[in-house]
Design a binder for this molecule. Structure first.
Ligand code: ATP
Length: 215
């Protein structure tokens, strides 16, 4: 069973890395692909270049063999639609391997606005990473999908290639890339929010030296 975790990773930090490992171990994934997006569909564009974000990600996970940096969205270029990525994985790994798409609880609430959300649910299981407590969905369509597809049994995910929704409680670390970029731009230290080697790369290449208006 393969996990997919997309993000801006601008830069990757301990929030991403810890929840990635939580899910790998809890679901006993054979591997988790971390996919930096090329161009965002629903948010502002990344600050660091694709090559810099990929290099920082590779550095962060180099000692963790089950975490793999996957550059297919960067190589494809253009807006990074999750559906295109899932199609590429299906082409590569076949129709029967269970694929688990990791999304944060906030991102999950926005699923109805994604490009062809039903097609996404038909090509992967959704693993919703959340705080402890009952899951809620404000959108009526999403609530209906949860009612139809939810499983609380991780072994059920292995029984079919796609289509379940599974809620996974993960370690809560109040870390965001936005804060890390802001600290760097202000000349302050974001140390211990992200791996030292990633911080060293960000500083060496002055990835976030200038404060962004929207940050
Ligand atoms: P930014 O601050 O630039 O918006 P970010 O820190 O939220 O970035 P992203 O690369 O946009 O990082 O996030 C990719 C995925 O990782 C999203 O699904 C997001 O919900 C999740 N994520 C980000 N930070 C954390 C965290 N501290 N704990 C758990 N999940 C996180």
């Amino acid at each position: 069973m393969i996990g997919l975790f997309g993000g801006t990773f601008d830069p990757v930090h301990h929030g991403h890395l810890r929840v990635a490992l939580d899910v790998v171990e809890h679901l006993n994934l054979s591997q988790l692909r971390l996919l930096p997006l090329a161009a965002a569909v629903h948010r502002r564009q990344p600050i660091a270049s694709p090559a810099q974000r990929l290099a920082m990600l590779q550095t962060a996970i180099r000692d963790e063999p089950l975490l793999i940096a996957d550059d297919r969205e960067l190589t494809r270029g253009g807006p990074s639609y999750t559906l295109d990525t899932l199609r590429a994985f299906r082409d590569e790994f076949g129709a029967t391997v269970p694929l688990c798409l990791l999304v944060g609880a906030d991102a999950f609430e926005g699923l109805p606005d994604w490009h062809r959300p039903l097609d996404i649910l038909e090509r992967a299981h959704l693993i919703v990473m959340q705080r402890p407590g009952a899951p809620t969905a404000r959108d009526a369509w999403l609530r209906e999908q949860v009612e139809q597809r939810r499983t609380d049994d991780p072994t059920a995910l292995r029984g079919q290639a796609a289509g379940h929704i599974y809620f996974q409680t993960v370690t809560q670390l109040d870390i965001s890339a936005t804060r890390i970029r802001r600290l760097l731009a202000q000349g302050m230290s974001p140390r211990y929010l992200l791996p030292d080697a990633v911080l060293a790369m960000a500083r060496e290449h002055s990835c976030y030296a200038v404060q962004q208006a929207s940050a």
